[in-house]
Design a protein around this ligand. Structure first.
Ligand code: PRP
Ligand code: URA
Length: 207
């Protein structure tokens, strides 16, 4: 599917399998989600532009490289917050915005309760993170919000996506690529992804 990248790395697939496993406990689940996110970020940042910088080794001065543009990470609360730590392990100086939303259990539409984003989003490479792309409502709303604050270079990173949500997201934001570890079969009647990994927030936070 256009604009959808399924990151197929063997370590990512092995970690995703552990996340799917209902026997994986909360502590392991958090840890594995963090590791999986770091591996995905390693893959998706391959094309990020770099610029030359001078560096002094203990022996002489030489040329190195640094990221040419600032990176802004935007986790969708709650579950995205654990992915944030995975990204920050590789891009520690990224700025971070937060978007809090939950799905109304009846309508499945996102309900927003918190937004705090860094300034100057226009110059930044923005990565929105959330483990689940189900109906797509939360991802679409978060992307619309970030865009309304000036961001134009946006990537959406999740671990499991449903075809229904991917199609809806592609229609709403055709220029924003989705990176996922898996494209699952379908949603159930309650908007949960099948086979999926259950309710990510509940598994992470024990609610
Ligand atoms: C989950 C998940 C996404 C959303 C995906 O959050 O973390 O944000 O559902 O569903 P959608 O694609 O249908 O919008 P949830 O609403 O359960 O809130 P939580 O993170 O606070 O548990
Ligand atoms: N949110 C989740 O946490 N899991 C799903 O399967 C769908 C939405």
């Amino acid at each position: 599917m256009n604009g959808l990248v399924i990151v197929q790395h063997p370590l990512i697939q092995a970690k995703l399998t552990k996340l799917r496993d209902g026997a994986t406990d909360r502590l392991q689940f958090r840890h594995i989600l963090e590791e999986l996110t770091a591996l995905m970020v390693y893959e998706i940042t391959r094309t990020f532009p770099v610029r030359p910088v001078q560096v002094s080794s203990p022996l002489e001065r030489t040329e190195g490289h640094e990221l040419a543009r600032p990176v802004v990470l935007v986790p969708i609360l709650r579950a995205g917050i654990v992915m944030l730590d995975g990204v920050l392990s590789l891009i520690p100086n990224a700025r971070v915005g937060h978007i809090g939303m939950f799905r109304d259990p009846q309508t499945l539409e996102p309900v927003e309760y918190y937004v705090k984003l860094p300034p100057n989003l226009a110059e930044a490479l923005v990565i929105i993170v959330d483990p689940m792309l189900a109906t797509g409502g939360s991802a679409i709303r978060a992307t619309t919000l970030v865009r309304s604050r000036g961001a134009s270079d946006i990537k959406f990173l999740c671990t499991v996506a449903a075809p229904e949500g991917v199609s809806r997201f592609r229609e709403a934001h055709p220029d924003v690529p989705i990176y996922t570890a898996a494209l699952d079969r379908q949603l159930n009647d309650h908007g949960y992804i099948l086979p999926g990994l259950g309710d990510a927030g509940d598994r992470l936070f024990g609610t």
